[in-house]
Design a protein around this ligand. Structure first.
Ligand SMILES: [Zn+2]
Length: 332
């Protein structure tokens, strides 16, 4: 009996491949496809009951990790947190992920990303929401409303285009009453500390120009913003910071906006105060309450600054929590 050696097996399979590959002779040896160097348009769709949600990314901001990024921790501790999450210790990765909610009767966008001006200046790294909306089949003219969670630039700047005209010409702009009243109050603006708060007041007044203001309608916490989408007050990150529960039938998702910033740092360390938090202690109290609730209820979380497509569950991990990425599904 002939023993099959590795060599005879390889020779046999090579001969078989040559015999059974009809186009083998047409393949130029060593033909390499050119590397593309570009990413696909990025959106991801799923259902909550009969409501369709499409996560439409605005891109990924990357910048050197600032020394004061977490105000109550040393930079080395934050770097250790990044290393524990297999992230670059020197560069902070900040994803922006607005969502489209289609209830069947209303088409709305929740938060806008940083807008066309940033798209141009970043050469398309951020501010992608508008181009990705088109790629996902959404005409900006088709939106009934834009729901705003809070008045930081990454959530509102896309309300207007680079020439300051309205980006969504037929949409009402639904804003949290508490947040709107705070940022539109001239007394609050005059008392704003120099630096981030002062800059943000100026940005809010720039974005909410006369055309935008004509379309603004305020909404209240603990009420439906539109049918199926309930506003939940989650203050601390900003005065009127708002999250949403999207519910249909027995299905629901918690849209946490910026209750936690990137989960790999702030779900895992809810006591860390990101420098974006306007009132750090209130933000931490809100964060612990929300994380406890979504962990206990095993509710899926949609997070604006979670890595695309920014869906995760949260589970308890001793005194802290950790995120468990929700699985991708190619069918809706
Ligand atoms: Zn944000």
């Amino acid at each position: 009996m002939t023993a099959l050696t590795r060599r005879t097996m390889l020779a046999g399979s090579a001969a078989a491949a040559a015999a059974f590959t009809p186009f083998a002779s047409m393949m130029p040896a060593g033909a390499a496809a050119p590397v593309t160097g570009t990413q696909a348009a990025s959106w991801y769709r799923y259902k909550v009951g009969s409501i369709e949600i499409t996560v439409v990314t605005d891109g990924l901001n990357q910048f050197p990790l600032p020394a004061d990024f977490v105000s109550n921790m040393k930079k080395e501790d934050v770097q250790a947190g990044l290393a524990a999450a297999y992230m670059d210790k020197e560069i902070f990765f900040n994803p922006y992920n607005p969502i489209v909610i289609n209830t069947g009767s209303k088409l709305v966008l929740v938060d806008t990303g940083v807008g066309e001006t940033a798209f141009i200046s970043s050469k398309g790294k951020i501010g992608q929401n508008q181009t990705n909306l088109l790629a996902a089949g959404f005409d900006p003219k088709a939106f009934d409303a834009i729901i705003v969670s809070h008045y930081h630039g990454d959530h509102i700047n896309g309300l207007i285009k680079a020439d300051a005209s309205i980006a969504f010409p037929n949409a009402e702009i639904l804003v949290p009453a508490v947040e709107h009243n705070f940022w539109m109050n001239d007394g609050e603006m005059s008392r704003a500390p120099k630096g981030r708060m002062e800059t943000n007041f100026k940005n809010v007044r720039r974005v909410f120009n006369a055309d935008v203001m004509k379309r603004v309608r305020t909404y209240e916490w603990n009420k439906d913003v539109i049918p199926g989408v309930t506003a939940v007050g989650t203050p601390g990150h900003s005065t009127g910071h708002t999250s949403f529960i999207v519910a249909s039938g027995a299905d629901k998702v918690y849209v946490q906006s910026d209750v936690t910033h990137v989960p790999f740092l702030f779900v895992r360390n809810p006591g860390w105060h990101a420098f974006y938090d306007q009132d750090p202690l209130a933000a931490e109290a809100t964060r612990r309450k929300v994380l406890d609730m979504v962990a206990n209820e095993r509710m899926m979380v949609q997070g604006f600054h979670f890595p695309f497509p920014s869906r995760a569950y949260v589970e308890k991990n001793g005194m802290n929590y950790r995120e468990v990425i929700a699985s991708w599904n190619p069918s809706i």
